[in-house]
Each structure stands twice: as structure tokens, then as C-alpha cells.
Design a protein around this ligand. Structure first.
Ligand code: PMP
Length: 454
């Protein structure tokens, strides 16, 4: 380990980490990045199969963004949009976002992150129902294994039991239904389409249990990302939409991962064919170059809120001029360079086919799934019986570490392995990423065979 590696944890507590273990084993220090590659301080060139944390959609090292940030910082480094003020960077970004958003979305509310977008959405949804004279509609329904951030609202809205356990979550007024995970939850003989309807109907059951007059919104990621890239069957979202309409409940899509091209459309709900009332974004909005998030608010909700007077909510850095200017350039690059269309027509289908083909040879891999440039598969002990490995997460972490030591970043979500490379990845780079992954999976299978005595 280099000196910087050893010093890295001396004064820093890392998020989502066992910090004692980090102090003992060290961390990898990433010093620069370009395209789909990151580089560490030991000189290793590493394929970033995760686009950072699912966010570097346009790839690393785009100098135009650095130039825009410098220019904006020189011109107006900071001002806020509270109390009857605005500034050109946020005005221009808002117009651009309204132009790329689906019909019926003409307003955004800015935040500094995905978690802040989710918290803002929770407060906005309750404010909306107050404003339209239905103050009893307060409960939000999320899903087990959903991820909506780490703030108190975000952790509650999410359905990560390991997170809930630390600190006593969820907060009052947030409940969960089961996730639409076909592989793990379908019944014998049930088709994916039938399962999709049954899974969506869990929402109706929950609404009836709580009483529609008490339910404010249903909140879900179009694809559950951090839950392991759980992709619902095609019937799921349309049925969810029907149920929300039937009981007068707002439908919220958390597009923090899916948004800005990941699924091959601007937004995941377009890929899955439903129309939310609100959707939350961050990550791909600036490709992670600077922290910024946005809640896209549909016309119906805007109309309600306009009746409600002051919305007593907002962040110092909401619509930060430098972040807004960088986000605008990022969205223009996604648009002008046809990056999302390329994901839809070319690299997405190519990567999907390649993963399926490559993974079919491995006996501990099942349920290979993906859309656009987001991919998941599950490690199972026995494919025939769909038996999972014991100690959920242990096997996933073992494979994740093999990828890591072979200079490929992939992520383990429990025993689901996921990939989400920059949207600018080329076919040749996909081939390289998969050749590396194949070698790692061979190493994993050999290790697992000997562990299981197979
Ligand atoms: N929602 C979803 C769907 C996410 O995937 C994430 C982050 N992975 C968040 C919210 C929280 O975003 P942030 O980490 O920027 O707060």
C-alpha cells in the first residue's frame, strides 16, 4: 500500500463502510479519470463499470464542464433563489429541463442530491394534499428493498431493513409493500406478466388497509437500483398507475438512477410506459460533476401547490449557479451528441446480449436482466431450485472483490451483481469490460467449487 492509501482513513469516516476494517486493510485512492476509466495512485487503470455511483453518464474528463464551472464561478459563484431572486444559470437549466421532460412537466424544484430530492418530494406531496383540502392524505407507500437515500426521509422511504435497523426507521407515515422481484417471489407456473399484476395489487391491498383518504402517494424506482437492479415485469407499472388513479393517490417515480438516459430514454418511466405525477432526479443531471438534484413536478401538482401559499422548504444550495451551469452543459451534451439514442439503439441492446451470452456458461449465475445500460444478475447456489447462498451478501462481496482486484468496478447488492457503465461506453469497451468480467467469474466459480466441495 502507498502512503496516501494508508493515510486515507486516518481522519475520514467513510460512508456505507465498516471503518475499522478500512483502517486495517486500507482503501484504494483514485486520483484521476478519463472516459470509462479511473486511475489509482499505484498507477492502475480501472474500468468503471458503475459510472461512479450510477452517475457519470457522460463519462469522465469532459473539459467543457470544467470550463463552464470556471466561467460561472468567475461570473456569479453563488446566489440563492429564495425571496424573489433568480439567476441566469438556473433560469436556463429550468427551461432546458422542461423541454426534455415528458408533456405535463413544466416545473422543477432544485436540491443538492438524490436524498434531498426525495425529502423535498415527501414534503411537497403532503403540502399538495393540504393545499387542495385533503390534509388526511399523509401516508406514503414505498417498497421493501427500494433505495431512496440516506436522509431521515430517504431512509424511511426506502425499504432497506439494514438501514432501518440503525436508528429506528421508518418515521411515522411511511409504509412499504413487497418488491416486484419475479425471480425470487413468483409462484410455480406463474408467468412474469401475471406476477407483475399480482405484485402491483399489493399496493391496492395496502391502500385498502390504510384507507385511501389517508394515503398521499406511492413511490418507486422504475428499476430498483441499489436493491440489485430489480426490473418489474411489463404489466407492473401500468397496473400501479391504474391503482393510483382509482384511489386518487399521487404516483412518484424516483428517477435518481434511471433518469438522464440510463434505460435508453430520458427517463425510466418513459421506458416502462407510465406517467408519474412527480419524479425525483439527481446523479445523471450533472453526470456527477457537481452535486445537484431536481424534483420534476407535474402540472396537476403545481396547480395544487400554487393554491397553498408559501412552501416552507428549501436548501441553501438549491439551484446553485455553478452546479446549474454544469448540469445544463451536461444535459446539452446528452442531447446534442445523441448519447441516449445510442444507448437505446446500439450500446444498450449490445451490452444486454453480450452479458446474457457470456454469463450463460456459469453455474452459479442466474436471472440475467437489464435494460439500456443497467444490468443485473444473481448469484445462486442451485439454479434448478433457485436456492440462494447462505449469509446474503457474502458471496456477492466475494465476487465484487475479485472484480476489484482485476481492475473492474462492479457492485454487489447482496448477492445481486450489478453494472451501470457511463452511457458513452463504446462496443469495444463493452467487449473489454465483459472479457475482464468473464475471467473474474471463472476465478469465482473455481473458488466457489472448492468452497462447496463440488
Ligand atoms: N434515490 C435513488 C433511486 C438512488 O439510487 C439514490 C442514490 N443511489 C438516492 C435516491 C439518493 O441519492 P444521493 O445519494 O444523491 O442522496
Amino acid at each position: 500500500m502507498t502512503n496516501t492509501t494508508l493515510n486515507a482513513t486516518a481522519n475520514h469516516l467513510h460512508p456505507f463502510s465498516d471503518n475499522q476494517q478500512l483502517k486495517e486493510k486500507g482503501v484504494r485512492v483514485i486520483t484521476k479519470a478519463d472516459g470509462i476509466y479511473i486511475y489509482d495512485d499505484a498507477g492502475n487503470k480501472i474500468i468503471d463499470g458503475m459510472a461512479g455511483l450510477w452517475c457519470v453518464n457522460i463519462g469522465y474528463g469532459r473539459k467543457e464542464l470544467a470550463d463552464i464551472a470556471r466561467d460561472q464561478m468567475n461570473e456569479l459563484a453563488y446566489y440563492n433563489t429564495f425571496f424573489k431572486t433568480s439567476h441566469p444559470a438556473v433560469i436556463n437549466l429550468s427551461a432546458k429541463l422542461a423541454s426534455i421532460a415528458p408533456a405535463g412537466f413544466n416545473h422543477v424544484f432544485y436540491t443538492g442530491s438524490g436524498s434531498e430530492s426525495v425529502d423535498s418530494m415527501i414534503r411537497m406531496v403532503r403540502h399538495y394534499w393540504d393545499s387542495v383540502g385533503k390534509p388526511s392524505k399523509k401516508t406514503l407507500i414505498g417498497r421493501w428493498n427500494g433505495y431512496h437515500g440516506s436522509t431521515i426521509g430517504g431512509v424511511s422511504m426506502g425499504g432497506m431493513k439494514g438501514m432501518h435497523k440503525q436508528g429506528g426507521f421508518p418515521i411515522e407515515g411511511i409504509v412499504h409493500i413487497e418488491q416486484p422481484w419475479f425471480y425470487g417471489l413468483h409462484e410455480e407456473g406463474e408467468t412474469a406478466e401475471q406476477f407483475g399484476i399480482r405484485a402491483a395489487n399489493w399496493l391496492e391491498e395496502k391502500i385498502l388497509e390504510i384507507g385511501a383518504d389517508n394515503v398521499a402517494a406511492f413511490v418507486g424506482e422504475p428499476i430498483q437500483g441499489a436493491g440489485g437492479v430489480i426490473i418489474p415485469p411489463s404489466t407492473y407499472w401500468p397496473r400501479i398507475q391504474e391503482i393510483c388513479q382509482k384511489y386518487d393517490i399521487l404516483l412518484v417515480a424516483d428517477e435518481v438512477i434511471c433518469g438522464f438516459g440510463r434505460t435508453g430514454e430520458w427517463f425510466g418511466h418513459e421506458t416502462f410506459g407510465f406517467q408519474p405525477d412527480i419524479f425525483t432526479t439527481a446523479k445523471g443531471l450533472s453526470s456527477g460533476y457537481l452535486p445537484i438534484g431536481a424534483v420534476f413536478v407535474g402540472d396537476k401538482v403545481v396547480e395544487g401547490i400554487l393554491k397553498g401559499g408559501d412552501f416552507n422548504h428549501g436548501f441553501t444550495y438549491a439551484g446553485h449557479p455553478v452546479a446549474a451551469a454544469v448540469a445544463l452543459k451536461n444535459v446539452e451534451i446528452l442531447d446534442d451528441e445523441g448519447i441516449i439514442k445510442n444507448v437505446h439503439d446500439k450500446t444498450g441492446p449490445y451490452m444486454q446480449a453480450k452479458w446474457r451470452e457470456m454469463l450463460s456458461q456459469f453455474k452459479y449465475v442466474d436471472d440475467v436482466r437489464g435494460v439500456g445500460l443497467i444490468q443485473g444478475f444473481t448469484l445462486v447456489k442451485n439454479k434448478a431450485t433457485r436456492e440462494m447462498f447462505p449469509n446474503e451478501g457474502e458471496t456477492g462481496t466475494m465476487l465484487r472483490d475479485i472484480f476489484f482486484s482485476n481492475n473492474l468496478i462492479m457492485r454487489a447488492c447482496g448477492d445481486h451483481i450489478v453494472a451501470s457503465p457511463p452511457l458513452t461506453i463504446t462496443k469495444e469497451e463493452i467487449d473489454l469490460m465483459l472479457a475482464t468480467a468473464e475471467k473474474c467469474l471463472q476465478e469465482f466459480e473455481t473458488a466457489m467449487d472448492s468452497k462447496l466441495g463440488a
